[in-house]
Design a protein around this ligand. Structure first.
Ligand SMILES: C[S@@+](CC[C@H](N)C(=O)[O-])C[C@H]1O[C@@H](n2cnc3c(N)ncnc32)[C@H](O)[C@@H]1O
Length: 252
């Protein structure tokens, strides 16, 4: 379905309101990532408006980014320090940069924005290519909750005011592990649709993507403060490592 395979869609739909929405405070993520960045540079896939990259750079870590939506990059460029972060405007699954990077990261569930067939696999394989030996790839994502899609559909009321009603309507494909969401705003002036799609995976399935790319799960937490991950965790922060030596070569 075309809606699910359009890297620029998010930026076109959401850039205008992205930095006004209730996004998480990046402080804990920045602390966590700074501890893995070594001498840098760090690579953020889907860098967006720099929510994480800019405070990480302000801590002295050189950060580079890949981002599909020029509208999102423009938001970052307008912020202090945002003009100094090198960004490749491209599909992150291709990882069209050279490296090597001691740290790459993909946060805020954005791995699941890769909805095309084989694109999450491509992403892991290409990140593994540009990681330095011993480098880390950090993923932050939600743990899918079957209660959300028990009838293959879900309607969530986002806001009701005197002037407008916003609802989110999801249609799930459980076999494909995808959903299409429309965020619909009704006002006196008309109806606004904002489409969005995801290909969600359980943490163990992400581990399989990583393993196929030669990356090993080093640690999994329930959040950026290294909260223990357990069966009830709704989110995870997972750290994958590239071996210090390529398979088949002799390590020291
Ligand atoms: C939820 S935002 C996250 C932005 C930023 N990482 C953050 O944490 O605030 C998702 C971002 O992913 C970008 N994106 C979605 N699909 C992409 C793709 N295939 N390649 C590169 N960027 C993509 C969107 O344009 C958007 O900027």
């Amino acid at each position: 379905m075309a809606i699910l395979d359009d890297p620029g869609l998010f930026g076109r739909q959401w850039a205008a309101s992205y930095d006004r929405t209730d996004n998480p405070d990046p402080a804990d993520a920045v602390e966590f990532l700074a501890g893995l960045a070594g001498g840098g540079p760090a690579l953020e896939l889907a860098i967006g408006s720099g929510r994480v990259a800019l405070p990480l750079a302000a801590r002295g870590v050189a950060v580079e980014g890949i981002e599909a939506a020029p509208e999102m990059v423009a938001l970052m460029r307008a912020k202090p320090g945002g003009a100094d972060v090198p960004v490749l405007v491209a599909d992150m699954a291709d990882v069209g940069v050279e490296g090597p990077y001691p740290l790459a990261y993909l946060v805020f569930n954005t791995l699941f924005n890769l909805t095309g067939a084989g694109r999450q696999e491509d992403c892991f394989r290409n990140v593994a290519r540009v990681l330095a030996p011993g480098g880390a790839f950090v993923i932050e994502a939600f743990v899918p909750d079957p209660a959300d899609f028990d009838r293959d559909e879900q309607v969530v009321v986002r806001s009701v005011t005197e002037d407008a009603v916003t609802v989110r309507v999801h249609q799930y494909d459980r076999e494909a592990q995808t959903f299409v969401r429309q965020t619909i705003t009704f006002t006196d002036g008309g109806v606004r649709l904002k489409p969005f799609g995801m290909h969600y995976r359980w943490p163990e399935q992400i581990d399989e993507l990583a393993a196929a790319a030669g990356l090993r799960l080093e640690a999994r937490y329930a959040g950026w403060r290294r909260e223990p991950f357990g069966p009830d965790s709704r989110d995870h922060v997972s750290v994958y490592r590239k071996p210090l030596t390529e398979p088949g070569t002799r390590g020291t």
